[in-house]
Every structure is written in structure tokens, then in C-alpha cells.
Design a binder for this molecule. Structure first.
Ligand code: NAP
Ligand code: ZN
Length: 379
């Protein structure tokens, strides 16, 4: 596998900004205290019940926090809702927390970012996410991922679910970059196989989307391509619980997060959101289902055909994109998830209004989105 020569794509100007201290390595959770600022004594730990009750993960973290006043908020569900984050914010206010730790997959990490915003601002989260200049800066957040997927530990993004309107709402603000990303791959070793596959495919789509994005930069291209290659080599082995491969996936997830911090996600992610809110399909899996039909479309219609061709070549070595996803036990045919043609119009309405449409490198109207969904029904 080789790299795309980037010189010809060099833009006149670009930015790179990633103000997150990344701490990576097996067993490094034991160093957590070293990365907590000296002025902090009161901490809110945001996580989820299963990690607390059925894995040693939460205990591994609380064991490191002797001497601090720690309150736990372990109620975060998959795809956290505005209501959940609001409750966490109230708890943080009552506890007078000075730091929020987000421990878990993207759901607890994103919830931690929202809690950090709500703890110090009176406005409801649904209003805060419409504002770039927050009235009060959020509390600092330390992210400790237990899945290798979202990259939320290094991104200025959080995604919240509006359960009343069946909508996932992405929020971007430099103020929610975590202070520290403590990535200890050992914390991911308890992931069940479906979670390994789903979250690993999220890394893959982040990296592909950031690479193809109209906002891609030379640096995001480098990390995106490295991340894609790491996933193609390691996700199958990670599924067999091969520890070195799982560590490499934790690293690839950071790279995917850095890539989307600069390139953003494009059509795949926003087309995956309705599959999650209407059919409960996990986030990474929803993206992976859309990946083959999206790449088929991009091969013909994108403004960046050379990049699409480059990705095709990477997939060729693993039997093609569809085969790669299917071999992980995931069908890429939407019909197999109970989705029917008559559902598509409602999905399209939710997708077309999202900002990610504008950085997708092709002419995208309702028609194109519908066509890509319909193509995934016969895939
Ligand atoms: P998740 O919803 O955080 O976690 C999925 C499930 O994985 C958990 O409910 C838990 O399942 C299980 N789990 C996690 N870690 C485990 C471990 N170490 N051992 C055993 N089980 C474990 O999934 P995710 O894919 O990581 O995050 C998805 C969310 O992140 C979505 O809301 C998505 O929109 C968002 N996201 C955010 C960004 C960003 O930049 N901020 C980027 C992409 C996506 P059980 O409770 O059933 O055991
Ligand atoms: Zn994602």
C-alpha cells in the first residue's frame, strides 16, 4: 500500500489546530492523576452502567482518583439525549464539579462535553448548540475512550440525540476540545465483538470521509490514509481479540478523530443518523452500511475521483469494500434492517438540511441522497 502523492493537491492555505494532550499506551490509566490540573479537587465522572457493573473499567479509573471528591454520573445511554446531558449538568452544578471525566465510548465522552457546557451555562443544551460563542466557557474535560471508534477524545465535536424529533444533532466548538485524551488500549479489551466491529468501522468511515472532504488538508490526508490502512490491516484481528491489533485500532481511532477535526465528516455520517434514530442501528454500523453505495456514487460523480480511486486501491488488497464490511458480519443491504423504500423520503428530509452536505465533494440534492439510499437496498 502506498501513499497518494500530495504535492499536486497542496492548497494555498490551511490550518492545523489540535490543543489536546494525547497520552497513549497500555496501562497508562495508572498515570491519570498526573494529568489532572493542580487546582482541581472536585470531579464528575460521566460513564455508563454496563461499564460500571459488568466490566472493571470504571473501577480501574476510580481507583486512580483517591484524594479527589468524585461524583459519578453513570446514566449515559447510547447516542445520548439532551435530557440525559441536562441531568448530568445539574449534578455537576450541585456538586460544584471543576472537571468532567468522560469514560466510555463516544456516547459518554460526548455526554461529558455537553455536561461541561451545561454545568456553567443556564441555557438549555438545545439552545447552546446553536451558539458558537458560549456565554461561559465549558469546564475542562478529560476523555478516556473504551471503544476504538469515534475519536471524540481528540475532537471539538459532540453529537446529541433529540428523541422528540428523531434527530441527531452534531455540535462543533473549539471550546469542547478535551484537555487530555488518555487512551489506554487495555480499557477496550472487554468490548464484545459486535462493538469492536461497529466502532472499528466508524474509524474507517471517519478517515475516508475526512480524506474525501472538501475541507481536507495535507495533514488530515496523511493521518486519514494512515488510519484507513491501520483499520484494513487490524480490524479483522481485533475482532478475534488480538491485543496488538486492538491497540492499533485505538491508535487508528485517534488518527480518525484528528482527520475529522480538520476535514469533517461528509454524507455518510449524516445518512447514517436516520438509520440509528429510526432503526436503532449502532452508529459505526450505520455508516458502514452506507459506505459501498456512497463510494459507488462518488466513483462516478465526485469532484475528487483521484482520491476515490486511491481508496479503491487500498480496498482491493482486502477484496473490496463490500467484502471487507460483510466479512465483519455486517450486511450492507438496507432491506435486511427492515428499511423499506417508503421510509426513504423521511430520511432524505433529515439529511439534506445538515451542513455536512456542503463539504461533500459532489453535487448533492435530495435526488442524489435518495439514489444512494435506494442503491443500498439492493446491495
Ligand atoms: P457507545 O454508544 O459509546 O458505546 C456502545 C456500547 O459499547 C455501549 O453501550 C456499551 O454497550 C459498549 N462498550 C463500550 N466500551 C466497552 C468496553 N470497553 N467493554 C464492554 N462494552 C463496552 O458507542 P460509540 O460508537 O463509541 O459512540 C457512538 C456515539 O458517538 C454516537 O452518539 C455518535 O454519534 C458519537 N460520535 C461522536 C463523535 C465525536 O467526534 N464526538 C464522532 C463520531 C461519533 P452495553 O452498555 O450494551 O454493554
Ligand atoms: Zn462517527
Amino acid at each position: 500500500m502506498g501513499y497518494l502523492k500530495l504535492q499536486t493537491d497542496m492548497p494555498e492555505k490551511f490550518n492545523f489546530h489540535l490543543p489536546v494532550k494525547v497520552v497513549f499506551g497500555n496501562g497508562r490509566i495508572k498515570e491519570l492523576k498526573d494529568f489532572i490540573p493542580e487546582t482541581i479537587s472536585r470531579i464528575l465522572l460521566v460513564s455508563e452502567k454496563n461499564l460500571s457493573e459488568n466490566t472493571p473499567v470504571v473501577r480501574n479509573v476510580t481507583d486512580q482518583l483517591n484524594g479527589f471528591d468524585v461524583k459519578q454520573f453513570i446514566d449515559v445511554e447510547e447516542n445520548p439525549s439532551f435530557e440525559t446531558v441536562k441531568r448530568g449538568g445539574k449534578l455537576a452544578r450541585e456538586h460544584k464539579s471543576q472537571l468532567i471525566i468522560g469514560l466510555g465510548g463516544g456516547s459518554p465522552m460526548d455526554a461529558a462535553k455537553g455536561v461541561a457546557m451545561c454545568a456553567v451555562n443556564q441555557e438549555p443544551l438545545s439552545e447552546l448548540i446553536k451558539i458558537w460563542r458560549l456565554p461561559v466557557d465549558p469546564l475542562p474535560v478529560i476523555c478516556i475512550p473504551t471503544t476504538s471508534g469515534t475519536g471524540s477524545e481528540v475532537t471539538p465535536y459532540a453529537v446529541f440525540t433529540d428523541r422528540n424529533n428523531l434527530n441527531k444533532c452534531g455540535y462543533a466548538n473549539e471550546k469542547i476540545f478535551p484537555l487530555v485524551a488518555l487512551v489506554d488500549p487495555e480499557l477496550t479489551f472487554t468490548m464484545p465483538q459486535p462493538v469492536i466491529a461497529n466502532t472499528g468501522l466508524d474509524v474507517l468511515t471517519h478517515s475516508i470521509e475526512a480524506y474525501l472532504s472538501m475541507d481536507a488538508t495535507p495533514i488530515s490526508d496523511l493521518v486519514a490514509v494512515e488510519s484507513i490502512q491501520l483499520v484494513l490491516k487490524n480490524l479483522g484481528l481485533a475482532l478475534e481479540k488480538e491485543k496488538e491489533a486492538m491497540s492499533k485500532m485505538a491508535y487508528a481511532s485517534i488518527l480518525g478523530g484528528i482527520a475529522i477535526t480538520h476535514g469533517g465528516t461528509i454524507l455518510i455520517h449524516i445518512m447514517g443518523y436516520p438509520l440509528t434514530v429510526y432503526r436503532n442501528i449502532p452508529h459505526g454500523k450505520a455508516n458502514a452500511i452506507m459506505l459501498p453505495s456512497f463510494l459507488n456514487f462518488m466513483r462516478e460523480h465526485s469532484f475528487v475521483k483521484e482520491k476515490v480511486h486511491f481508496i479503491d486501491n487500498l480496498f482491493r488488497e482486502v477484496g473490496g469494500v463490500e467484502r471487507f464490511v460483510n466479512d465483519l458480519g455486517i450486511s450492507t443491504n438496507l432491506s435486511n434492517y427492515g428499511i423499506r423504500e417508503e421510509d426513504i423520503d423521511e430520511f432524505v428530509e433529515k439529511v439534506i438540511v445538515k451542513g455536512d452536505v456542503k463539504i461533500t465533494p459532489a453535487r448533492i440534492t435530495e435526488k442524489e441522497i435518495r439514489d444512494i439510499y435506494l442503491a443500498a437496498m439492493v446491495g
